[in-house]
Design a protein around this ligand. Structure first.
Ligand SMILES: C[S@@+](CC[C@H](N)C(=O)[O-])C[C@H]1O[C@@H](n2cnc3c(N)ncnc32)[C@H](O)[C@@H]1O
Length: 280
């Protein structure tokens, strides 16, 4: 088979950078600062080469044509930052264990439903951490109407998240007890979630800045370390939409450097620097 991929550095101009910025904003709501031209080149040049093209101009023309829709998806994936870890920002999990899970267990036992949302789940460490917290507090959770919706715009990380398999070095944040309860090692030493816990998360591709198909509300939403990539009007709109998706008394957890600018305007009360509660 002939390898059509080019090995030369593709041509890249400031006009191309500006076009990538426009595409990122239009397709994902991602705001790329003016200073990130080199970063864009390093992330996108591989896609240009793999598409067999020798310039960003040709590549960007292709992704915006009807035939380039699948490649547009890959471009958006290349532009996202997916850093995450198990039990990242642990105080959120402690807060949830103390303030949500006891009431949730009672609600499920009396026939109610439990819904949580990991709204930018990346490779899955966040929703699987939520699932471990739930199963540790309430081991029968999977036999009740309990689901964790785990979504991200990047289809590649969503597929990885859904596999529930991680190399051992990525699992540092998980206690030995939880590893032995919820994971199994394969011949290569990778660890996979096994058993009932797999019934809790449902993984889907979803753009936070497009329409959402979900009709119900959530008692907990984790939307962490994603709005830092959006501009202020996009953040403001998203906070309002997330607040609408929260049940009364439900909690919104945001990233350590994130803040809901006007919580009262969307019916949220800030109860800790990165924790908000929907008015009851
Ligand atoms: C840094 S990761 C955060 C992962 C996790 N929430 C955490 O805090 O560890 C940011 C994620 O946001 C996703 N993302 C970026 N823009 C998005 C959008 N418009 N809609 C949904 N997800 C988006 C990226 O694909 C990436 O996986």
């Amino acid at each position: 088979m002939v390898d059509t991929r080019s090995t030369v550095d593709p041509e890249y101009t400031d006009a191309d950078f500006q076009m990538v910025r426009r595409i990122a904003k239009h397709e994902a709501g991602i705001f790329i600062p003016d200073s990130k031209s080199t970063l864009v080149y390093s992330r996108v040049s591989r896609r240009v080469r793999e598409s067999g093209m020798d310039s960003f101009q040709a590549y960007l023309g292709f992704v915006q044509s009807p035939a380039g829709r699948a490649e547009m998806n890959k471009l958006v994936c290349a532009l996202t930052t997916n850093v995450t870890s198990f039990f990242r920002e642990r105080p959120h999990f402690v807060h949830m264990e103390q303030n949500v899970l006891p009431g949730l267990a009672a609600k499920l036992r009396s026939g109610g439903r439990g819904r949580m949302w990991s709204a930018a789940c990346s490779t899955g460490q966040e929703p699987w951490s939520i699932a471990m917290s739930i199963m540790s507090a309430f081991p029968e959770a999977a036999s009740y109407d309990m689901r964790i919706l785990a979504t991200d715009i990047n289809s590649e990380v969503v597929a990885q998240a859904a596999s529930g398999t991680y190399v051992e070095s990525e699992t540092d944040g998980i206690s030995t007890k939880q590893k032995s309860q919820f994971m199994q090692a394969d011949a290569r030493g990778n660890l996979s979630f096994v058993g009932n816990i797999r019934q809790l998360p449902a993984f889907k591709v979803l753009n936070l800045n497009a329409d959402w198909p979900m009709r119900g509300q959530f008692s907990v939403i984790f939307c962490r370390n994603v709005v830092i990539y959006f501009d202020e009007p996009t953040r403001e709109r998203l906070w309002g939409r997330l607040a609408e998706k929260l049940e009364k008394g439900g909690f919104l957890y945001v990233g350590h450097s994130e803040k809901v600018a006007n919580p009262r305007r969307c019916g949220l009360e800030q109860i800790a620097p990165t924790i908000y509660r929907k008015d009851s």
